[in-house]
Ligand binder design. Sequence first.
Ligand code: MIC
Ligand code: SF4
Length: 651
Amino acid sequence: MSGKTLIGKILAAHLVEGELVVGQEIKIRIDQTLCQDATGTMAFLELEAMGVERVRTELSVAYIDHNTCQFGPENPNDHLYLQSVAAAKGVYFSRPGNGICHQVHLERFDIPGKTLLGSDSHTPTGGGIGMVAIGAGGLDVALAMAGVPFSLRVPKVIGIKLTGKLRPWVAAKDVILHLLSMLSTKGNVGTAVEYFGPGVASLSVPERATITNMGTELGVTTSVFPSDAKTRAFLRAQGREHAWRALAADAHAVYDRVLEIDLGGVEPMAACPSSPDNVRRLAELGGIKVDQVIIGSCTNSSFKDLMMVAQVLKGRHVHPEVSLAIAPGSRQVLDMLARNGALADLIAAGARILESACGPCIGQGISPANDAVSVRTFNRNFAGRTGTKGDRCYLTSPETAVMAALTGRLTDPREGGLAYPVWRQPRHFLIDDSMVIPPPPPGTATPIVRKDTIGAPPACSPYPVTVDGDVLLKVGDKITTDHIMPAGEFLKYRSNIPAYAKAVFHPLNQEGQPTFAARAADVRDRGRQGVVVAGESYGQGSSREHAAICPMYLGVRLILALSIERIHAANLVNFGILPLIFQNRADYERLVQGAHVTIADVPGQLRSGAAVTLAAVLPDGTLFHFSCRHALTAEEVALVLAGGRLNVTGR
Ligand code: MIC
Ligand code: SF4
């Protein structure tokens, strides 16, 4: 007997073109989109460039949650642009202070069985409620807003069978950390994850959302839970029971691979510096001294998480050598904590209460001191993401984090000897959507506010017929978009490509040497193309298309890598950069910075098959030929050759 996976069913219900065969390209209808401000300004500028009058989705929301510090006018200028362009294009606008996009979307908008495309890599948070929710670059989300079906390759589906029940002090975060320790952050492109089995029923929707949220760190296309009685109860308490429907895989669903996790056997874990898959059991870490604890982010800032934290902290005080900061995920969470007194318990315990926003997760303040140990409930601990070079950031559950705040040590929270707080979902969450501004009716005059820190995406020339390129940089495995296009202090330049481009590969620049940006501009000005050589899993992490736009602006047109992550590869194509994969590791190893790479007849080679022949001259004069492959569809080949999607869809 064979049955369908839940992901297969939802994709089938949205299929516009193609066949549901693993690896084949399909087009699906997108019901909802979300944007956040850091990627949203480009997405809306691109939507404008396409000449789209009004979005054609069932629902599109623009959130302000990443850039809320407002150091100077850039952030508030972005906010004004987004508020006005959202109104003009028929998009709901979630005001700064209303919360992190994924948390708010889960509370107020996610619907089981629907598709959601978001210009943020953690969009799969919606899988916790039974949606197929996918992260993508801003341009792909702009296209979805315009009503264009989304193209993707049908993923393999890994079924994760959950049995048992989590023990006290062990959390959903430990489940996803456990899975990261099994599957790692690389090698999972073209895969999706689906949870099933008797253990599912024991997890609440916020717990499921923690798991699907951080599923992003596996590099999978999406992660999905069934929609069941727990989902219904959550939606009912959010005043949205009407949005509920039961959804599950067939009893004998065929998965490409099945892994089983006994929830009762999961142990408290931490992702150690500086990768989300560098996971250890806390018992193995030996009680490291902790200097800073931050509880928040789209992974772990739900009402459930923060009520647990407040109950643990009630009547106690944060360790004198630890700084504890807490950022509630949404205004709903913060407001409920305020009204039931839990906020007072947090304040009395010495917690520093931050705005409901991404904040320190994207390097907007609260950086740790040099050599300090920072324990965070976030999903990413890439080197330097905290804003401190050489940072030592551990990712844990809120349970582990709050115990670290009390004891000053990173230990198994079960050793604290405290009673584990009992959780009961409230019958009614506090519903106040006054910070979400609905768009005015079509036809209403809505001027778009465009201050001069907001510039359109740069133009890109058609792809050269022959590549005459210089290797500007050679990097190793797992280079993240935080390496390519750091956020932190540079985040405020997201709407200003010439300013932001100066920071390309900033973390890899060497003191006293010309920066990547300077080297690239030099090569570009000599009429050659910039080339980057990379190892496995290039472009992990964020969906930020700036990691393609800014290099393109600096003249980078070719990435040669051992493997490239899904969203980043799509962004490269969208902005006219050719992603090629080495056929032989030896060729990757031979190439060095300063090598000269040529490709003859690019259009002919790309159109005639997957193999591409290249020649390289090393700085010592050695010449060698090698071959790479591309994984581009005919449509993607056309996009690269045209110099990116905006040259095809309008400008
Ligand atoms: C992140 O967590 O890295 C971000 C910031 O949310 C990004 C989006 C961005 O860079 O604006 C993401 O995950 O896609
Ligand atoms: Fe915001 Fe961090 Fe979540 Fe990205 S991972 S959306 S920066 S809270």
